[in-house]
Design a protein around this ligand. Structure first.
Ligand code: SF4
Length: 187
């Protein structure tokens, strides 16, 4: 299979997923980009929940992301909080209503049904291959990886728990599953 065929398949899959997310979001007056931003905020850790990090993750302009976050806040899906140490920094977190919405919207119904008919071994292989592809493309494009903390080279497991080697702060079991803007794979 050629690179062109793979690009075609990925684009068609991505269009289908986007169409489903669009239809779902319309029920709540949300655009796909607003669902994407809200999804990110349900998955990111405390170092990555700022408007700047959302902008980097989505790869959009500051103005577009600012409008997106404003809508999510007005609709009660996201709340803002000032950093306790640095008043210039704002943290964003999904409200219970925002979390519920993402649980309902993802994975999309058709993806869920299609995966249910595929063996778990094949699904595992597919996930692994897609992860490697994403990682390689992010490296080529010089983009941040935004991957799960437990795969980061700064993640240290000690007998009492996890520590972030970059900040020297303790990480909970839940936090090591979240995505981080400072994430880096071992070279
Ligand atoms: S260990 Fe890596 S991914 Fe985890 S919080 Fe620290 S920098 Fe982020």
């Amino acid at each position: 299979m050629s690179g062109r065929d793979i690009q075609d398949l990925l684009e068609r899959l991505s269009n289908l997923l986007r169409m489903e997310v669009r239809t779902f979001g319309l029920e709540y007056g949300l655009q796909p980009i607003q669902i994407e931003a809200l999804t990110y905020l349900t998955r990111c850790n405390r170092y990555s929940d700022t408007p700047q990090a959302v902008t980097e993750y989505l790869g959009l302009t500051k103005g577009t992301v600012s409008q997106t976050l404003k809508v999510l806040e007005q609709k009660g899906f996201v709340k803002k909080e000032q950093d306790s140490h640095d008043k210039r920094v704002t943290h964003l977190s999904p409200t219970p209503q925002g979390r519920k919405l993402i649980v309902q919207s993802l994975p999309t119904k058709s993806l869920d049904s299609a995966l249910a008919t595929t063996s778990s071994l094949q699904v595992g292989k597919l996930e692994e291959n897609l992860r490697v592809l994403l990682r390689d493309m992010q490296q080529i494009n010089d983009r941040k990886t935004f991957a799960a903390c437990h795969t980061c080279r700064f993640n240290e497991q000690h007998k009492n728990g996890y520590i972030c080697g970059l900040t020297q702060e303790a990480l909970s079991k839940r936090e090591v599953q979240l995505i981080c803007r400072e994430h880096a794979y071992a070279s």
